[in-house]
Design a protein around this ligand. Structure first.
Ligand SMILES: Cc1ncc(COP(=O)(O)O)c(C=O)c1O
Length: 461
């Protein structure tokens, strides 16, 4: 039965959408709009399609950020949107909390087919929740308290995930956190030393760290797995960003030939439509955590397994399989990385291009020529990472391309575009990047002018 109501979402947006910035400034995170105004990113976007978003003048922006990686299929993929509509129109008895939701079972079955050594899935609502579940499961299953994590790691910002965050700027002021311990990324000896203490539940690691796009050194994950097994501790892999085809394998750990005990994934799993997270583990871990009927809700979340997220997840996996999205990420990623790598010899400010599939980091470094070194050093003295910000700024303002600096104090920009991009997007990005680098190497122009204003802002703080 259709219920008459005077609520009209389209009308509300038409009438009040233009208030987005004042509303955000007054009612949401107060620094967000300040930051957007300061760097001139305060656009009014009206719609998105595929790898592009469009502002109120109709201009297109190439989205090399994909909502921090959720839009692996691009924005508003018709198959996923249809599945969400269908789930709504089906008037399902969702979230009764006392039945077995069919879509969750189907999505679990489909996901686990891609990690055949794992048996069960816990569904939550975000990446950090997927990690929290993995931390709790590892501690409970091993009856040990400590998780080892890596310097520069990022696993989310709730308190448990924050305890395994390798960046001081996120942790400061929120302690005391859990008694977890960081080791250098790739350092097997440091891992072994910690394991010998006998209290380690597991190692939590990203196969490619989002911060700085640092790829696990060859042999690190497999070496870690062997050492962890010797000490009856668990390998916990965070595939929140690297999973779902991003790196050219369905899960990035496949590249390293390991069989993790716990895998956390999220972001692209629901095609960017509905918040979702998934933690996968072998049967024995679930049997320990959920060991009796009394413990049925010992780890749970009200909205986990909701029908909209599960329907979007099933549709996303269907599209990935039928459109060869993972192979596309591998091939187009290799092309983009090769075209960017060719530029390293041409530009002295360009230090390295790295990554796998469509997770690519572009690192800048100290130029050799005296002419450029003065401007570079001035930026470095104000704050490390400012040069990368000037590149992000120029790509956006001159070429309408959205990218991000890959973490505080890093001279690295990160590309995590939709996995469906093709040669046209590679051409547009490389052409724009060459233009920005040409300008940067002239030692004058928009890029260095913006650099000067960043230095001023940094001093004013
Ligand atoms: C590797 C990794 N883990 C966990 C998270 C946290 O995910 P969420 O923001 O959905 O909580 C992120 C988010 O960027 C991530 O990149």
């Amino acid at each position: 039965m259709r219920v008459q109501t005077d609520f009209d979402l389209a009308k509300l947006l038409a009438e009040r959408g233009h208030e987005r910035y004042p509303l955000a400034a007054e009612r949401l995170n107060p620094q967000l709009t300040r930051m957007l105004h300061a760097i001139g990113f305060d656009k009014t976007y009206l719609r998105g399609e595929g790898a592009y978003i469009y502002d109120d003048t109709g201009a297109d922006y190439l989205d090399m950020l994909a909502g921090f990686g959720v839009f692996a299929l691009g924005r508003n993929h018709p198959v996923v949107r249809q599945a969400v509509h269908d789930a709504l129109d089906a008037d399902l008895a969702d979230l009764t909390q006392f039945d077995a939701p069919p879509l969750a079972g189907l999505l679990a079955e489909n996901l686990l087919a891609r990690v055949p050594h794992l048996d069960r899935v816990y569904f939550g609502n975000s990446g950090t929740e997927a990690v929290e579940a993995a931390l709790k499961f590892a501690r409970y299953a091993t009856k040990r308290p400590r998780i080892i994590y890596c310097d520069h790691a990022f696993h989310g910002l709730t308190t448990g995930s924050l305890s395994v965050n390798g960046a001081k700027e996120f942790r400061a002021g929120f302690g005391p956190l859990l008694p977890d311990t960081a080791i250098p990324f790739g350092d097997l000896d440091a891992l072994e030393r910690e394991l010998r203490r006998g209290d380690v539940a597991g190692l939590l690691v990203e196969p490619i760290q989002g911060k700085g796009v640092a790829v696990a050194p060859p042999g690190f994950l497999s070496g870690a797995q062997a050492r962890l097994r010797e000490h009856q501790a668990l390998l916990i892999v965070d595939e929140v960003q690297t999973g779902m085809g991003r790196t050219g394998d369905f899960f990035a750990h496949e590249h390293d030939g390991v069989e993790p005990d716990l895998v956390a994934t999220a972001k692209a799993l629901s095609g960017g439509y509905v918040p979702v997270g998934a933690t996968m583990a072998p049967d024995w871990i679930f049997q320990k955590v959920y060991s009796s009927m009394d413990r049925v809700l010992v780890h749970d979340s009200t909205f986990g397994s909701n029908a909209l997220a599960m329907a979007a997840g099933l549709a996303t996996l269907h599209v990935m399989d039928h459109q060869d999205v993972v192979a596309n990420a591998r091939e187009v990623g290799a092309l983009l990385q090769a075209r960017l790598t060719e530029l390293v010899d041409r530009y002295e400010l360009l230090a390295e291009v790295r990554g796998r599939g469509l997770m690519i980091g572009i690192e800048f470094g100290r130029p050799k020529s005296l002419r450029l070194r003065g401007s570079w050093m001035a930026l470095q003295a104000a704050r490390k990472g400012l040069f990368a910000q000037t590149v992000v700024h120029a790509l956006f303002h001159k070429h309408r391309i959205l990218t991000q600096v890959s973490g505080d104090h890093l001279e690295v920009i990160k590309l995590i575009p939709p996995l469906t991009i093709g040669a046209a997007e590679v051409d547009r990005f490389v052409g724009a990047f060459v233009d920005v680098m040409d300008e940067a190497h002239q030692g004058s122009g928009l890029i260095w002018d913006f650099g000067k204003s960043l230095i001023k802002q940094s001093r004013a703080k």
